[in-house]
Design a protein around this ligand. Structure first.
Ligand code: SF4
Length: 680
């Protein structure tokens, strides 16, 4: 048995692992594994772009497990999607556990850990401390009975589940129902006080994670661990962020707070169980006052503090503070009292902290503000809401993530406009130095300017993009309009779909456009067109994959979530460059802040956002080395606008044309080659 100081090198371990799973050596995978091992050794952070098919999960898991076993430490791997989490936990790690047990001298161990809200709370279920549903459901008897049915189903599930993990409940339940059976970290009584502490699912998951060499988690929990004042992940020294292109958005979500009159009502109701009714009524009144003022506020970004809002927020802050003071210090040993107190305190603190943050959001001048505030429209029974979100999370990540751990960031799309600069800046890492060359495939580029030291590596892709994919720029079409898809776009999509014999994924910039295309084209073709929203997305994607002659139209989640290798997908159509909407409060505020500092806001924010989504969306085409097909971008600005070059350089080097006849002929040939031969 090898001693931990004498373990085989990463390349050898990777070869063992790849051999055990019946794979072949891939140069990109080896280069990535060696770079990860180097980063672990030197402590420099690493960003690795690795195209689909590289086998990047093994390329980081092997050096990570070796490091954990060698140093008896814990490694954290974070993902954005449940699909990748499942792949790591159900497929990759069990295989590695077996394959590496002998060379590492023992079986490496792993566990999955999510936020407390992801697990059933046995105490909440047992004690009947269910909240009345807030907001919309308060007024909607149908919603209340639906939520009731869902909660009953979850209660029945308790005796079947071993993990209490929400993601294992099939079919899932609504957020409102899940809130009735789970608690946030702030609401939890803590294992020592909770009567169900020894059986608690969340506590068991934490304990298992504490013993594991490697913990798989999500970006949200990673962000909570890094940003909040308390530790939720076990002690660790290495973090691997897969799907790193999504890190900034997920961290921003965690750092975003919401305030509605419904939240205040709920806090007041909870407070009413444990403080003087007078204090709870004062909070309720302050919430009603806020509700009335919010009705009259304009929707969208609020650049100045609306005058009536200031007074209302101050009254709310003081009323919430009075309730917290009224709770006093904890004396009762009664579990029911403790539970009611904890539930009230968590909600009161949330209202108080959000109100304080909102009151301070407009203090600095525009160029130096840290937070952005906006109001959303009322929606159905849901009242208008106020949101406060950080303008950027670069500083937070630099101080709380990169300063504490060696961090490896990886994804198929990290270079935008040909380099890592945009991503690096958004993470709080220094961009490449002026004049430094763009990273070349396989060659690591060291970043030596001020800030955390990091290395960039693009291991390329096993796909031959220039031979297997055509990028069709429909230069002859008019620019996209404001009022839906122009008729010429519908004609173009219809002709391309017909040439491809179906096999089409339509990625639209809005649900409205996806529905319009579906309705219009269903009148013109016998090909089946599936449209997002008409069934669960997972089911639609399965149908699309099974029926080669079908088409699937949809919007954002399809841009990133479809993985259909083979002849069912040979054409990806994009209707317009996916810039953020001009009224997107966060993107527009970020753009304005860059401009206030003398930068190019459009390129730094809007074009970068579009480049990332385009790279993600068009990446749906080639999913295996034998795939072939066409990416059709109908928006002619990709060919004609000045920023078109930046966007095109964010895509792999497909063979490019503007000639529709050439593209239709290619699609027809592909269709003929893919269709089953007629029997003689
Ligand atoms: S320890 Fe917390 S999460 Fe677990 S059962 Fe008790 S209250 Fe619920």
């Amino acid at each position: 048995m090898p001693s931990t100081t004498d373990l085989p090198g990463v390349t050898e371990l990777l070869a063992t692992a790849v051999g055990a799973v019946g794979g072949a050596e891939r140069p990109g995978q080896v280069a990535m594994a060696e770079a990860v091992a180097r980063a672990i050794r030197t402590g420099d952070h690493l960003a690795v772009q690795a195209g689909t098919g590289t086998g990047k999960s093994l390329a980081y898991l092997v050096p990570a497990l070796r490091h954990a076993v060698e140093t008896e430490s814990t490694v954290v791997v974070s993902t954005a999607t449940i699909a990748l989490q499942r792949q790591l936990i159900d497929r990759d790690l069990p295989r590695l556990e077996k394959a590496l047990a002998k060379p590492l001298g023992r079986r490496p161990t792993f566990a999955i850990l999510k936020g407390r809200r992801n697990y059933l709370c046995l105490h909440k279920i047992d004690s009947g401390f269910e909240d009345e549903p807030e907001d919309a459901a308060l007024f909607d008897p149908f919603a209340i009975s639906r939520i009731g049915r869902e909660v009953t189903r979850v209660r029945e599930w308790v005796s079947d589940t071993e993990t209490g993990d929400r993601d294992e409940l099939v079919p899932g339940v609504s957020e409102q129902a899940w809130r009735q059976v789970s608690v946030s970290a702030r609401e939890c009584l803590g294992k020592a006080r909770c009567p169900m502490g020894t059986d608690c699912f969340a506590e068991k998951a934490r304990e298992e994670a504490g013993r594991a060499d490697l913990i798989v988690t999500n970006h949200a929990l990673l962000a909570i661990d890094a940003l909040q004042g308390y530790q939720v992940l076990p002690e660790h020294d290495l973090v691997i962020v897969d799907e790193a292109h999504d890190l900034v958005d997920r961290v921003t979500s965690v750092a975003t707070a919401e305030l509605t009159s419904g939240t205040v009502t709920m806090a007041a109701r909870r407070a009413g169980r444990v403080v003087d009714q007078e204090l709870a009524d004062r909070l309720l009144e302050a919430g009603d006052g806020l509700g009335m003022i919010m009705e009259d506020l304009p929707s969208g970004r609020l650049d100045e503090m609306p005058r009536p809002l200031a007074g209302s927020l101050a009254a709310l802050r003081d009323a919430a503070h009075a309730c917290v003071t009224g709770l006093g210090s904890e004396k009762s040993g009664d579990v029911d009292v403790q539970t009611a107190r904890k539930l009230a305190l968590s909600q009161l603190e949330e209202v108080h902290d959000t109100t304080v943050r909102l009151l301070g959001a407009w203090d600095a001048d525009t160029a130096n503000r840290r937070d952005v505030v906006w109001r959303t429209e009322p929606h159905g029974n849901r009242p208008p809401a106020l949101y406060v979100a950080p303008l950027g999370v670069a500083g937070l990540l630099r101080d709380r993530l990169f300063a504490r751990n060696t961090t490896i960031l990886t994804s198929a799309t990290l270079t935008l406009g040909g380099n890592f600069d945009s991503m690096a800046r958004s993470w709080g890492l220094p961009a490449e130095q002026e004049g430094a060359s763009s990273p070349t495939e396989g060659a690591a580029t060291e970043k030596s300017v001020e800030g955390p030291r990091w290395t960039a590596l693009d291991v390329g892709s096993p796909f031959d993009h220039a031979r297997h994919g055509i990028l069709y720029l429909a230069k002859h079409l008019p620019p996209p309009g404001r009022d839906g898809l122009p008729p010429s776009y519908l004609d173009e999509i219809g002709e391309l779909m017909a040439a491809a014999g179906g096999r089409t994924l339509g990625l639209f910039s809005s649900m409205r456009a996806a529905k319009q295309a579906t309705e219009e084209l269903r009148k013109r073709t016998d090909l089946e067109i599936l449209c997002q929203g008409e069934d669960s997305t997972a089911l639609l994607v399965r149908k699309f994959a099974e029926d080669e002659a079908s088409c699937l139209f949809g919007t954002l989640s399809l841009w990133q979530g479809v993985d259909v290798p083979g002849p069912s997908l040979q054409l990806v159509v994009v209707d317009r460059i996916p810039f953020p909407r001009p009224d997107d409060p966060l993107a527009s505020a970020r753009q304005r802040a860059v401009e206030a500092r003398g930068g190019n806001g459009f390129l730094s924010v809007a074009a970068t956002h579009a480049a990332l989504l385009l790279a993600q969306g068009t990446g749906r085409l080639l999913r295996s080395t034998t795939d072939r097909g066409v990416i059709a971008i109908l928006d002619p600005r990709l060919a004609t606008a000045r920023y078109g070059g930046f966007l095109r350089s964010s895509l792999p080097s497909y063979w490019t044309t503007t000639d529709p006849a050439v593209v239709r002929a290619a699609l027809t040939r592909l269709d003929a080659a893919s269709s089953p031969k007629e029997s003689a």
